[in-house]
Design a protein around this ligand. Structure first.
Ligand code: UD1
Length: 415
């Protein structure tokens, strides 16, 4: 399947933000822990969500999905393994490690290996879990954990990894005593996970700061939780309007979570206003080059928005410099954007984008989720028709992207 985009039309209208992919995945994994009924609202309809549900069902949970609601009954869990083919479906399935250990006292997973962004080490996850008392064997891609006597303690993360922070929080709910995560990731999705865990009865404090404390103990309450809005999806649509022009409003989002993206686009001359849970961008003139963009852990500029902002920078007046400090290999969209006439020079982790006055339509292949979104943005801004193949990458993180964009005046079809 591919997307066909007729570029050169401004985006005018209103889009509603969906629930956050990066929040719903750890929360779905966390539903294993309480052994009860978990009602989740605002779940996006994404391939990764289906994959997480497949894993829960494999483990013995009963899952029902009605529109945006997912109900997980984890009363009975019969297995503690995630087979290779289910792990492969979703790169972030390692997030099941902590909850399976917490629920079953053991776990058997297969290593996720690399992904489109380069190697995906999980050493920080495994080191931390073994410090909490899990005995881990990691052989031939299979990770086997036994955790009969888990005890809370201080864990200092060498890097504020999002996934490792979440896995530690989840496993620590089953530890005796207190676990303190020092240099924890501060992403908003971690606060959402904390809120969910508290509803199960867990005592978790400090998410959103660099230090999180989890008091192990009873976590057996049924829950009902609304997944937070997807900040990266919102940022993507703002970048699209900045590149293609127009007057676009994103509703039911959390503008505070994308302060750095709003700041860059404003620096580029876009007129952005925020009111409560609504953000509006008016992009009536060509964007100007933006000041140095360096991706950093939250609250820094998100690596997950780098490619989309770069697509906007491709048509800005002047040169914008990017530094990707989180992932080694996150410029694979560059060669595809060049097919449209973008001028980008990459040297290691630095990319210099010399804006051009016009991009032209081209045939492209999505290289990864956010890189694919960048191609969509560039195609919306370009003259003529573009096609984007391998869109299963895009579908991992955007719910019916063609419908959202068509509803605000773009010409996008899936074929
Ligand atoms: C999460 C997000 C992803 C986002 C990323 C960074 C989810 C499902 N995914 O991924 O969209 O791009 O945060 O904001 O929430 N690292 C190690 N050892 C480890 C773990 C990580 O070296 O054990 C390194 C990684 O290689 C990477 C960096 O730390 O260079 C950041 O990774 P991390 O924050 O863990 O990202 P994820 O949780 O995988």
């Amino acid at each position: 399947m591919r997307l066909k985009i007729q570029g050169g039309r401004p985006l005018e209208g209103v889009i509603r933000a969906n629930g956050a992919k990066n929040s719903v995945l750890p929360i779905l994994a966390a539903t294993l822990i309480n052994g009860g009924i978990n009602i989740l609202h605002n779940c996006p309809d994404l391939r990764d969500v289906t994959s997480a549900i497949n894993i829960l069902e494999h483990l013995g949970c009963k899952v029902t999905r009605e529109g945006k609601d997912v109900i997980v009954d984890s009363t009975v869990v019969t297995r503690w393994d995630v087979p290779d083919e289910l792990m492969r479906e979703m790169r972030s399935s390692v997030i099941f490690l902590g909850p399976i250990i917490a629920r079953c006292g053991r776990a058997l997973l297969h290593t996720p290996g690399g992904c489109e962004l380069g190697p995906r080490p999980i050493d920080l996850h495994l080191d931390a879990l073994s410090k909490l008392g899990a005995v881990i064997e990691n052989e031939g891609g299979a990770i086997s954990c036994h955790a009969e006597d888990m005890r809370g303690r201080d864990i200092i993360l060498a890097f504020p990894s999002v996934g490792a922070t979440e896995n530690i929080m989840l496993a620590a709910t089953a530890c005796r005593g207190a676990t303190r995560i020092i240099n924890a990731a501060r992403e908003p999705e971690i606060e959402d996970l904390q809120q969910f865990l508290r509803k199960t009865g867990a005592a978790v404090y400090g998410a959103g700061s660099g230090e999180i404390t989890i008091m192990g103990g009873r976590t057996s309450f049924d829950t009902e939780h609304r997944v937070m809005p997807d900040r990266i999806e919102t940022a993507t649509y703002l970048c699209a309007a900045a590149a293609a022009g127009g007057d676009l409003t994103v509703k039911e989002c959390e503008p505070e979570h994308i302060g750095t993206v709003i700041e860059k686009l404003s620096d580029g001359g876009a007129d952005i206003s925020v009111s409560g849970r609504t953000v509006r961008i008016k992009a009536r003139q060509r964007l100007r080059a933006m000041p140095f963009v360096r991706t950093m852990p939250y609250p820094g500029f998100p690596t997950d928005s780098q490619a989309q902002l770069m697509a906007a920078a491709c048509v800005a007046d002047g040169a914008t410099v990017f530094h990707e400090s989180i992932f080694e290999n996150r410029y694979r969209h560059v060669s595809e954007l060049e097919r449209m006439g973008a001028k980008i020079k990459v040297s290691g982790r630095v990319a210099v984008v010399e804006g051009v006055s016009r991009l032209h339509g081209a045939g492209m292949m999505a290289t990864d989720l956010r890189g694919g979104a960048a191609m969509v943005i560039a195609a919306l801004a370009a003259e003529g028709e573009s096609t984007i193949g391998e869109i299963h990458h895009i579908d991992r993180g955007y719910e019916k992207i063609e419908d959202a964009l068509t509803s605000v005046g773009a010409m996008v079809t899936r074929e």
